[in-house]
Design a protein around this ligand. Structure first.
Ligand SMILES: [Zn+2]
Length: 250
């Protein structure tokens, strides 16, 4: 069982050569092969699902020598001033950790994302970028929880541990995007206005802020750019909130 899993996930990835813009060392990072994993769709909060692999695990690139980490897209996006700051604040304190796994486990991926979050806070990167890292961390904790539920159903307290952390990072993501929306304009993290409103509706609902959830969901329903699918999902959310409110009144 275990061996099969290892073989399967390794089939979807390859080693990509990188050069660190902070310490100038060469290293390899694992990347998902394009076109190999089949896209199954997204969950309510836009978490993408693929066959055979959780691609989110591989979105962060981390230098194993100095600890600098970010999404591949932003990896070389550093100013000389930020380079110095990152060397002083992260590089000098980082203890090199080599992982020789055939693929990234959830725990490894979570560590890499935490380093990316630390990097983003140090730079500092845009608020939306930090919020998006928090959202993806929440997705990773959800994935870790699902994996425990499937492979180790005898350890419910371990699943609960991941569920609680997922919750925490959903809250951080919601707070982060709320603040980012005051200063930034779409597209935000590659999301157009409709997509970000849709995401905010879902995050607000998860955080118990149903007034905001409704406000964002109505913006999606009323948007000319929204797909039929997004409108449908937003309407479902509005109905859910309405029903829940009626139940508490009765
Ligand atoms: Zn480095």
């Amino acid at each position: 069982m275990e061996n099969n899993n290892v073989k399967d996930e390794s089939n979807y990835i390859f080693d990509k050569s990188m050069n660190c813009p902070i310490c100038d060392m060469d290293f390899k990072t694992k990347q998902v092969k394009t076109g190999k994993a089949r896209f199954l769709g997204t969950e309510e909060d836009l978490r993408p699902k693929y066959t055979g692999i959780d691609t989110i695990k591989y979105d962060v690139c981390m230098c194993p020598y100095c600890g600098y980490a970010s999404t591949i897209r932003e990896f070389n996006n550093v100013t000389p001033k930020q380079r110095k700051l990152l060397r002083d604040e992260i590089g000098s304190k980082y203890v090199s950790m080599e992982h020789n796994e055939p693929y990234y486990t959830y725990d490894t991926a979570i560590t890499r994302y935490k380093m990316a979050l630390l990097t983003a806070m140090t730079k500092p990167a845009r608020g939306s970028e930090q919020a998006y890292l928090c959202l993806k961390l929440a997705w990773l904790y959800r994935g870790a929880m699902e994996e425990v539920q499937e492979n180790e159903p005898e350890l419910p307290e371990r699943a609960d541990y991941y569920r609680e952390l997922e919750e925490q990072y959903i809250k951080k993501a919601y707070a982060g995007f709320t603040e980012a929306l005051l200063k930034e304009y779409p597209p935000i993290c590659n999301m157009d206005e409709m997509t970000i409103n849709y995401l905010m509706a879902q995050l607000a609902h998860r955080c118990g802020d149903d007034d905001s959830a409704q406000k964002f969901a109505f913006m999606v329903v009323g948007s000319r750019n929204a797909s039929a699918n997004a409108k449908e999902k937003a309407r479902t959310l509005i109905d859910e909130i309405r029903e829940a409110r009626q139940e508490t009144r009765e």
